[in-house]
Design a protein around this ligand. Structure first.
Ligand SMILES: Nc1ncnc2c1ncn2[C@@H]1O[C@H](COP(=O)(O)OP(=O)(O)OP(=O)(O)O)[C@@H](O)[C@H]1O
Length: 381
């Protein structure tokens, strides 16, 4: 059953076109996570669904009701903000019951809803405290509790965990996923955090400059990005991009090369009319790069280690591969990043040969960065 439908949503701030024809259908119980670079329109879209922003054109439908012109309080949504937005002079219980009190619900009903939400969020012993007596994590639980008590048709979350420290964020992430499973509610969640997006979402929506670049399950987007933007946006460290030229085409295979790179053959999604010498972008994720002994030439890139990050279980190498042309290196240190799943004994200044896994290569068209390589197999979660 459809829970939320966004139809051709446009939002202008004066001459600035912040949302450009957003279409999205969300099924009952889905956990939608919206990601995208700063300023791409995530908050504007969330606030538009909430009714805190008026859209310039389009339609917002919640459970079959057109709510486009309705007040926020009448839309059947509850929003949880990054800043918690709790009333400092009210107790936890009063904060949580606020929405129901405004709706003039009977006291017994409010008390029961608050008690239930507090139990779910494990803050039953905090109900008489005021927000300033609580930790950041507890405050965010109260804000979520306030949303739960209203039994909304759709929950909206605007970066709810970004004010918490790393350990608490991990804990709350797990708790929010459990809460979602327990309530079976439709949730739309905005975040900057890749891990939150990958682990919590039923589907991720990647926004860029007011348009949707791609919608899909986390693994679908990670394995089969539609274009260079999505490929580069999801994954940390980011996918490496190398400028290459077509060496030879044979049916569905294309061999590409670049100065400093041994020729590599990539499967295409369909037979392509690529001519020899045409420019393309080759993509390879850091985890699809291994270090091989010098002298092993097949698909190897030779370079010098600039920086090593030892993360315990894994090692990240930032390698300068000389004149191998790469596009916008993420770190500014070296131009190829390799992520090795072991404690690798490398040091800055060391010469290495990197091998790119031929099964894990992506090719993007020069015009618009469309993915033209064959789709990758997705291993189910
Ligand atoms: N009230 C406003 N008036 C004018 N422009 C605005 C207004 N609110 C947002 N914008 C512009 O609209 C664009 C989208 O803003 P929005 O806050 O939705 O981005 P975002 O993706 O949530 O960014 P961030 O991740 O940094 O929070 C930005 O370019 C922003 O400057």
């Amino acid at each position: 059953m459809t829970s939320l439908e966004l139809r051709e949503i446009n939002k202008n701030y004066g001459a600035y076109h912040a949302l450009r024809g957003i279409d999205l259908t969300v099924a009952q119980g889905e956990f939608i996570v919206m990601v995208g670079p700063s300023g791409c329109g995530k908050s504007t879209l969330l606030k538009s669904i909430a009714g805190l922003e008026t859209i310039s054109s389009g339609q917002i439908v919640i459970n079959g009701r057109d709510v486009t012109r309705q007040e926020p309080g009448d839309r059947g949504i509850a929003m949880v903000f990054q800043s918690y937005a709790l009333y400092p002079h009210m107790t936890v219980a009063e904060n949580m019951g606020f929405g129901l009190r405004m709706a003039k619900r009977p006291k017994a009903e409010i008390d029961a809803a608050v008690a239930r939400a507090a139990k779910i969020l494990r803050i039953s012993d905090q109900l008489d405290k005021r927000p300033k007596q609580l930790s950041g994590g507890q405050r965010q639980r109260v804000a979520i509790g306030r949303a739960i008590t209203r039994s909304p048709e759709v929950f909206l979350f605007d970066e709810p965990l970004s004010n918490l420290d790393a350990a608490l964020r991990t804990q709350m992430r797990v708790e929010l996923s459990s809460l979602h499973a327990e309530l079976g509610a439709t949730m739309v969640y905005v975040t900057h955090d890749q891990v939150e997006a990958m682990t919590m979402a039923s589907r991720i929506v990647v926004l860029n400059q007011g348009i949707i670049e791609q919608v899909g399950s986390p693994l679908e987007l990670y394995r089969n990005p539609d274009n260079l933007f999505v490929a580069g946006f999801l994954g940390a460290p980011r996918m490496n991009f190398l400028g290459v030229t077509v060496d030879a085409v044979s049916g569905r295979s294309v061999t590409v090369a670049a100065p400093g790179l041994s020729p590599l053959t990539v499967e295409l999604s369909q037979p392509a009319t690529l001519s020899k010498g045409a420019s393309l972008t080759l993509g390879v994720r850091p985890e699809a790069i291994s270090v091989v002994a010098e002298g092993n030439e097949s698909g190897a890139v030779h370079g010098e280690v600039r920086l090593v990050e030892h993360l315990g279980r894994e090692t990240i190498l930032y390698v300068d591969a000389g004149n191998l042309s790469t596009i916008a290196s993420e770190s500014g240190t070296g131009n190829i990043t390799a992520q090795l799943s072991y404690v690798a004994p490398f040091a800055a200044g060391q010469k290495v040969a990197l091998k790119l896994d031929a099964r894990e290569l992506y090719l993007f068209s020069a015009d618009g960065g469309r993915t033209i390589s064959a789709r990758k197999t997705i291993l189910d979660k």
